[in-house]
Design a protein around this ligand. Structure first.
Ligand code: ZN
Length: 269
């Protein structure tokens, strides 16, 4: 069994503040240790469920050389391999080779979710809203659509209560979720201590992988329209000469193609 662990940092147990996820801040060193140990819990769970190949992909833009590179390498479980990307959604190799399941660890809720710890979509400064064929989505939707492009289902989502709720609404009740904190606001939460959260994630990963058919691979639909509402006019202006991309309003970009991956690639990568 081949398992992709796709992860972000805002949904880690023990992490609530921006300084814990921003590379270069003193608190970041604590944050990345908590992050790495939480990933290890998912890796242990996957292995005990029978995974023979596990590839971890960090999708957190921490800034500078820490972007997509926030895991502490020598703390990582030796039973996995990991990917460092230059850009989010750049690496699709493991999915292309054929992957049985994806586990999304430490996700946060989409922008505009009041009880979502550090809620945002892609960029808190630049992005406001994102729709796939009219469905409002966040980063769980992006990762799930990426996996779904190659027929890989997302079977587990962990993070705060809001992230888990968002994931179940999108992917259905067959999804296993592990809630490690309850957001009180964007920078406040009631938390399960990391040591116990890791036990829950290990157990959740094992349970989720017991039924590879519990959740169908996510497909936003064909053809696919991706709509992004930005916070400013600068980002759409940069995309104005891309083929397949329209700017119906000064802060909105629409990308249309036969399928989600084509529509995503033509404006995002
Ligand atoms: Zn992140």
């Amino acid at each position: 069994m081949r398992v992709h662990v796709i992860s972000d940092m805002e949904g880690v147990a023990g992490i609530v503040k921006v300084e814990q996820v921003a590379g270069g801040e003193a608190m970041f060193e604590e944050g990345r240790r908590l992050y790495t140990e939480e990933i290890n819990a998912a890796v242990r769970g996957a292995r005990s469920a029978g995974a023979t190949e596990i590839v971890v992909m960090d999708c957190h833009g921490a800034g500078k050389g820490w972007s997509f590179n926030s895991l502490v390498p020598d703390l990582l479980d030796p039973g996995c391999e990991y990917v460092v990307q230059q850009q989010w959604t750049e690496y699709t190799g493991f999915l292309e080779e054929g992957c049985d399941a994806a586990l999304l660890v430490a996700m946060h809720a989409r922008a505009g979710t009041a009880d979502g710890v550090m809620n945002h979509t892609v960029s808190g400064q630049v992005w406001q809203n994102l729709w796939f064929n009219g469905t409002l989505v966040g980063e769980t939707g992006i990762n799930a659509a990426l996996c779904g492009t190659w027929g890989c289902p997302v079977l587990l989502v962990t993070g705060d209560r809001a992230a888990c709720r968002e994931a179940r609404a999108l992917l259905g009740d067959g999804l296993t979720t592990v809630e490690v904190k309850q957001g009180l606001g964007s920078q406040s939460a009631r938390l399960i201590p990391p040591v116990r959260a890791r036990e829950l994630i290990e157990e959740g990963a094992r349970r989720a992988l017991a039924d590879l058919g519990a959740v169908p691979p996510y497909d936003p639909g064909k053809p696919c329209e991706i709509r992004v509402e930005y916070k400013t006019t600068a980002a759409p202006a940069e995309l104005r000469f891309r083929s397949g991309v329209e700017i119906p309003e000064p802060r909105t970009v629409v990308s249309r193609a036969d399928d989600w991956w084509s529509a995503w690639r033509q404006f995002f990568l």
